[in-house]
Design a protein around this ligand. Structure first.
Ligand code: NAP
Length: 284
């Protein structure tokens, strides 16, 4: 059984940790406020940006997940989380002599700058325009160039319990379909995020990079229309593409999960239909 640290143990980390603890692994959840950690996880209160709080990590760690997310949307918070935090944790692990056999970092498909509906995979160019993608890439490089056996998983938009932004927008009538060609979006259910991370932990020789998305990149409009149909509501209104584009408008690419499936992972929610149907059932 492994001794596992989940650094930045929030929504995905806690779901992962509960599953690993149920299998008999010893799991520590590291975050600044540990009061909401599930009871089967050992709390490890620490701030990844403060090296002094990492001076005495839990002993003899085998597996480390880095699932921290920035609490703000500035370049500084992204740098602190994805660059400084990773650097500090890697240095602490090395200084304390942990024989880590797997370090797994949850990166993002935001490292891709493609915006014309192109298919992308792990070999595609990564030339993000936005600072978020740039900082994530720096984090990946730190992890993959470290002395530890490391894997970065590029997750797409996470949805699941408590993460109902699209459903809410359809319910409230604020969802808008841009006119024009499809705008492709990629997503993964929170439970599959945890499942993918667990699966990679157990692989004998995982790749260094995986794209973590479900089987179907989908036109944002198709997803919204499908949700409206399930909710018995009229389809979202259409608007000129320029008027409906916002800072959070999807970047329009199609992420290929072939490598993850070739590694043997079987999705619980292969497309948005299964995932949102399950979510809508719990909200009914
Ligand atoms: N949201 C998406 O759609 C999306 C898409 C692609 C990739 N990802 C990545 O997926 C991973 C999992 O995301 P999630 O949804 O589980 O995030 P989440 O629920 O927001 O959890 C992130 C955790 O990081 C902790 N944290 C943040 N700063 C910290 C610090 N300085 N020191 C210690 N802990 C810190 C937070 O706890 P405290 O505040 O208590 O410290 C929180 O528990 C993240 O790496 C995220 O970047 C997310």
């Amino acid at each position: 059984m492994a001794r596992v640290l989940i650094a930045g143990c929030g929504d995905v980390g806690a779901e992962l940790g509960v599953r690993l603890a149920a299998e008999g692994h010893t799991v520590w959840g590291l975050r600044r406020r540990c009061d909401t950690l599930p009871p089967s996880l050992h709390p490890f209160p620490a701030d990844l940006t403060q090296t002094d709080t990492l001076r005495a990590l839990p002993p003899a760690l085998d597996v480390v997940f880095y699932t921290a997310a920035p609490s703000g949307s500035s370049a500084d918070t992204y740098r602190a989380t994805y660059v400084d935090g990773i650097r500090h944790l890697l240095a602490a692990l090395e200084a304390q002599g942990h024989a880590v056999r797997r370090f797994i970092f949850t990166s993002s498909t935001g490292v891709y700058g493609q915006t014309s509906g192109e298919w992308v995979d792990e070999t595609s160019p990564t030339e993000p325009e936005h600072f978020s993608g740039k900082e994530l890439l720096l984090g990946e490089q730190l992890v993959l160039n470290s002395t530890l056996p490391a894997t970065a998983v590029r997750l797409a938009g996470i949805y699941g319990p408590g993460r109902t932004r699209l459903i809410d927008s359809v319910r409230q009538g604020t969802a808008v379909c841009p006119d024009g060609p499809p705008v492709y979006t990629n997503r993964i259910h929170r439970d599959d995020c945890a499942g993918v991370l667990r699966h990679i932990m157990h692989l004998a020789r995982p790749d260094r990079l995986y794209i973590g998305v479900d089987d179907e990149p989908a036109d944002q409009c198709e997803v919204l229309r499908w949700l409206a149909l399930q909710l018995g509501l009229p389809p979202p209104r259409r608007a000129p593409a320029t008027a409906s584009r916002t800072r959070s408008t999807p970047s329009n690419k199609r992420c290929n999960n072939r490598n993850l499936r070739a590694a043997g992972y079987v999705f619980r929610y292969p497309t948005f239909r299964e995932g949102y149907a399950a979510l809508l059932n719990t909200m009914a």
